[in-house]
Design a protein around this ligand. Structure first.
Ligand code: SF4
Ligand code: SF4
Length: 332
């Protein structure tokens, strides 16, 4: 794979500073029941990297004293970490909102019986990858039968109360926050910006309702970052510079004020801390005063407020067009 960081590190991206910390995104490991072609972390069934019990214990110590209100769990398939359910229960017990970045099919894996019910009981928000509403495109990107499984799982989640736009019945959902939230995530197949989020959401909503009776809360569109496998493919095909020009030329100042790195941190499976998931993939950790990578065990005594974010040219992926973040477009 071609390294993209050497092409990105010299940057004129405007400096930004951190604000209040509201969300902590944690990568629980690279094991996944799928092995998608586009996967940023090369996750798959044979990956062994996973956050261990000691690091999870250090994470819990930090969650207890941090001001952040949201714990955002990702991977691989975060549910495959043996400590997943315990961590979710802990975060909920201290009043945090929990998001599970779920590939959907993991809910049908052997050993994951009762997972959907567990997520519903705990009131966990689910953000699920569904890169298209058409079967052919999903299976091409994510593997044979992934679409059929994803549809079955979405129907099951709907039956548990997820994604019901009109459901605010706490007795049914166990969640006072206007029902159980089910969001879907889209990213383009090639080197183009995502289409307008609202229009695409309407298309997804209509197709999934008409064909499968499925409902969901929101569709999030995500811009492809010129890093890892996607960036490497661009380099191989001679499209890297063209895609970077597209991102730069589409810069929108208003998006720079809403970037997720201003109020989120990202923790890798070993416990090291980054401004965002993308910086984690580029191996751009936050550093302590001695210049060493900052670890979650030392974060309690570290003030992140107003700290400059570590930026590089990939950041133009977050500010292009309608903007992009783990919560979808910034400016719709
Ligand atoms: S489901 Fe997600 S984490 Fe798993 S291989 Fe696919 S892209 Fe990677
Ligand atoms: S990639 Fe995006 S979220 Fe990450 S530091 Fe750059 S602007 Fe912020």
């Amino acid at each position: 794979m071609h390294a993209t960081f050497p092409l990105l590190k010299e940057t004129d991206f405007p400096g930004i500073n951190r604000s209040d910390l509201t969300a902590i995104q944690v990568n629980l490991g690279y094991r996944c029941n799928q092995q998608c072609l586009h996967c940023h972390v090369n996750a798959g069934p044979n990956r062994k990297e996973e956050m261990n019990a000691k690091t999870i214990s250090q994470l819990k110590d930090y969650l207890l004293c941090a001001d952040a209100s949201t714990l955002d769990l990702t991977g691989g398939a975060p549910e495959l970490n043996p400590n997943f359910r315990e961590l979710v229960c802990y975060a909920k017990s201290i009043g945090m909102h929990v998001i599970d970045r779920c590939n959907l099919t993991v809910l049908e894996e052997p050993g994951q019986e009762g997972l959907a019910e567990f997520l519903a009981e705990q009131g966990v928000e689910i953000t699920a990858s569904l890169p298209c509403y058409l079967e052919e495109n999903v299976n091409a990107q994510r593997g044979k039968e992934v679409y059929a499984k994803s549809i079955r799982v979405l129907q099951k989640l709907n039956s548990l109360g997820y994604g019901d736009l009109h459901n605010d019945d706490e007795s049914k959902t166990g969640n006072a926050n206007n029902g159980l939230i089910l969001n879907l995530m889209f990213n383009p197949q090639g080197p183009v910006l995502p289409p307008p989020q609202q229009q695409l959401e309407a298309d997804y909503r209509q197709y999934l309702a008409e064909h499968f009776g499925i409902t969901f809360n929101q569709l999030f569109t995500l811009t492809n970052m010129p890093i890892k496998r996607f960036g490497s493919t661009l380099i191989s095909k001679g499209g890297f510079e063209g895609y970077m020009s597209l991102l730069r030329d589409s810069f929108k100042e208003e998006n720079a004020h809403q970037l997720m790195c201003r109020n989120t941190i990202s923790i890798d499976w070993q416990g090291y801390v980054y401004d965002c998931d993308f910086n984690q993939l580029l191996d751009m950790p936050l550093v302590d005063q001695g210049g060493s990578s900052l670890h979650i065990r030392n974060l309690i005594n570290t003030n992140l407020q107003d700290r400059p974010v570590m930026v590089a040219d990939h950041c133009y992926g977050c500010t292009a067009g309608q903007g992009s973040s783990c919560g979808g477009a910034l400016n719709t």
